[in-house]
Design a protein around this ligand. Structure first.
Ligand SMILES: [Ca+2]
Length: 509
């Protein structure tokens, strides 16, 4: 394909129209020829099994899109290539992705994902998310990924400190020699169940630490925070099919917002790694916030046929205050969004649940590893910001785990992790089971039965009563019982030795 910022960007203006005409006609003719030659294949490819439920695409609409683009170009008297050739690339992108989609529909396959993952990091901006930010910036600096940008969800943090912290980490990492990419945005999407304010204010506390206050403001980022939804839509529109990796360590709220508007954009995603859920362990809602959270009761324990706690695995202790709640916060925060994504998308999901994070405690060996990681090569601002924040907020709390950063690390280095269970999951939508992730095999055994956990009032006449969806659950470490290689990877990134080395601006994928 044509690279507007690369070697073809220097094409002279007089050459551009004929070149573009050739490209569009060529693309259209190629797709048309495929359509004629593969009429029968096309028919079957267009059947529902190829298209996600909400998708209204057809080869006709795809080719129409390409034609419309070229028409704009040839009929709009104000159409201008500008100095940078941006218009040219704008005109080409829909045509190119239309042809790609047409090929996909005819031949049934997805294009190969890019060699360097094109990453969007979606998080809610508190403590562990900033080890995540450092991990993705460090991986970007090493050339392992292309970080397109971060989207902050207004969930487990409070604005403006949430996105100000992201800007400070960018500033500390890049210094004044800052790249123009690596967007920082805030989604307008609203959660269904808000996080408790005593969790959220931690971003305010972190922002007020002297170690954070000493970081100079990120002059290179716009003072107004951009719309995470508009940015995501625009970025996905411009991306090739099967090209975007979502590292999602917040609720799925922002994805529902964008995919509801443009369901076809889900095709741009090659995979999503999501920190969420509690599979065979208790969730993390706390009864001190509210005793009414969905939880295992004695009646359920008996109805499920539980023999004892953990036998079978989903049987939580109905007598324990802390061990019987079902949901994990990134699910509970927006259960309708989980249900929507499960029903309407088919990109691979890698779930990093509490079952995994439980094996990665912060107090103890992780803190020791982080303490020892400092060398003169480290970026002192980043290293100190993380070390002081973890020492202040996490180290004194025995329950603290590498929650969100475990998902980020899985996304970057899956070889550090072990057992992955591929299974079909649904999410509970009735009030008493809201947010419980349920394996199909468990539902078939009545743990719980489908009619108990699917909200029929919501679903009647809208969707099928239950949607199980294939999910890959990351359950273990590469070496069972030994989290040290993961701690080492985290600590090496926290040192941020690759930062501020005169990096060139990251490119938009
Ligand atoms: Ca988070």
């Amino acid at each position: 394909m044509i690279d507007p910022e690369g070697k073809d960007g220097g094409a002279s203006r007089s050459n551009l129209k004929p070149m573009l005409l050739g490209a569009i006609l060529g693309s259209g003719l190629t797709a048309g020829a495929f359509a004629l030659a593969s009429h029968r294949t096309l028919g079957s490819a267009l059947r529902a099994d190829r298209a996600p439920p909400n998708e209204k695409w057809s080869l006709g609409s795809v080719l129409g899109m390409a034609a419309e683009t070229s028409q704009d170009f040839f009929t709009d008297p104000n159409f201008d290539f500008g100095e940078t050739g941006e218009k040219w690339s704008d005109a080409m992108k829909p045509a190119a992705s239309a042809v790609e989609a047409a090929r996909g529909m005819i031949f049934g396959g997805k294009p190969d994902p890019p060699e360097v993952p094109q990453v969007i990091f979606v998080h809610d901006a508190v403590l562990d998310d900033f080890l995540g930010e450092t991990l993705v910036m460090d991986a970007h600096a090493k050339g392992d990924i292309n970080l397109l940008g971060s989207i902050v969800v207004n969930a487990d943090s409070v604005p403006p400190t949430s996105f100000e912290l992201v800007k400070q980490f960018r500033s500390a990492f890049y210094g004044s020699d800052a790249p123009t990419g690596n967007a920082v945005t805030l989604t307008e999407a609203r959660l269904f169940n808000p996080f408790p304010i005593d969790y959220r204010r931690d971003s305010w506390k972190m922002h007020n630490l002297p170690v954070m206050q000493s970081i100079p403001p990120a002059e290179f980022l716009p003072s107004c925070i951009g719309s995470g939804d508009a940015w995501l839509e625009e970025t996905l529109e411009a991306a090739a099919d099967n090209s975007i990796t979502l590292l999602q360590v917040a609720t799925l709220t922002n994805l529902k917002t964008v995919f509801e508007k443009k369901p076809y954009l889900a095709k741009k995603v090659t995979k999503m790694v999501w920190m969420a859920g509690a599979i065979d362990v208790a969730g993390n809602l706390e009864e001190r916030h509210w005793a009414g959270f969905p939880k295992m009761t004695k009646a359920m324990f008996d109805k499920w046929g539980c023999k004892t706690v953990g036998e079978p695995a989903p049987c939580q202790d109905p007598d324990s205050e802390y061990g019987r709640g079902f949901p994990e916060w990134n699910v509970w925060g927006d259960v309708p969004a989980v249900d929507y994504i499960f029903r309407t998308t088919d990109f691979p999901i890698y779930l990093a649940p509490l079952d995994l994070a439980d094996q990665l405690p912060i107090p103890g060996e992780f803190m020791k590893t982080l303490d020892k990681a400092y060398t003169p090569k480290c970026n002192k601002m980043i290293y100190n910001a993380l070390n002081v924040s973890y020492s202040t907020f996490a180290a004194p709390q025995p329950f603290y785990r590498l929650w969100d950063s475990s998902a980020v690390m899985y996304g970057l280095k899956p070889e550090l992790f072990g057992e992955v269970e591929t299974t079909e999951l649904a999410v509970g939508t009735t009030w008493e089971y809201q947010g419980l992730l349920i394996r199909k095999s468990e539902a078939e055994m009545g743990m719980p039965p489908v009619e108990d956990f699917v909200d029929a009032c919501v679903r009647e006449g809208v969707h099928s009563p239950v949607a199980f969806r294939e999910v890959n659950i990351v359950l273990g470490l590469a070496e069972p019982g030994n989290p040290q290689p993961i701690f080492d990877f985290a600590a090496e990134s926290a040192c941020a030795a690759e930062s501020n080395k005169g990096l060139s601006a990251p490119t938009r994928g």
